[in-house]
Design a protein around this ligand. Sequence first.
Ligand code: URA
Length: 237
Amino acid sequence: MRLDKYLCECTAFSRREAGDCIRRGKVKVDGEVCRDPARKVEETVVRVELGEEVLSYQCFHYMVMNKPGGLITASEGRGEATVMTLLPSPVPKHLVPVGRLDKDTEGLLLFTDDGEMNHRLLSPARHVEKVYLVTPQHALSEEDLLRLREGVEIGDEKPTLPALAEMTAQGDLKLTIREGRFHQVKRMLEAVDNQVLHLKRIAFGPLKLDPALSPGQVRECTAEEVERLRHACHAAK
Ligand code: URA
């Protein structure tokens, strides 16, 4: 693989940033400064240093699913069908869902075996955005929307963080939250005396639910999606 590509895979650099960094002499290959972004390296054996840091290359998997209702988000179901049953075989050994959607929730679910990325995307300190389309039991008033935007008490130690809340032309609620508390959206709706009839996640961090994926379908993330994920989880807290 080219050295600039190797750098992109191991860091949050774009291809252009990686090229600049290499040309400026910041990168050593097997102990020697290399200024050629096109230099071919064997990723599993080469030693690449970026300044003081020794980079490590691992080949991870990233997949997105349009989760259908009726499956639980877990690696093992103990009798219940899980989202893992929809993954194409062979399933990479350590591939797990990033976070959880309730059994009846549909929509975007990311899977990876990149433990560091998984941890970073779920870290409460990072405030990765999740966008949900909610069909509420009854229409929300302007006051309900204001309360959701400001943060509501849902029975935890702290109220929810400020959220984005707006009604769509179809009468659904589009809710953007930056936390991932247990049953958070359902509890937020309860806090404004409402109920969730249907819940679908349409975005997770930099990823949007792919309209070409029908419920139950899965695909590998594109290189661009992986790069956006890397940026999101290397972004300042
Ligand atoms: N909030 C919920 O209540 N359920 C989900 O599945 C996701 C967010």
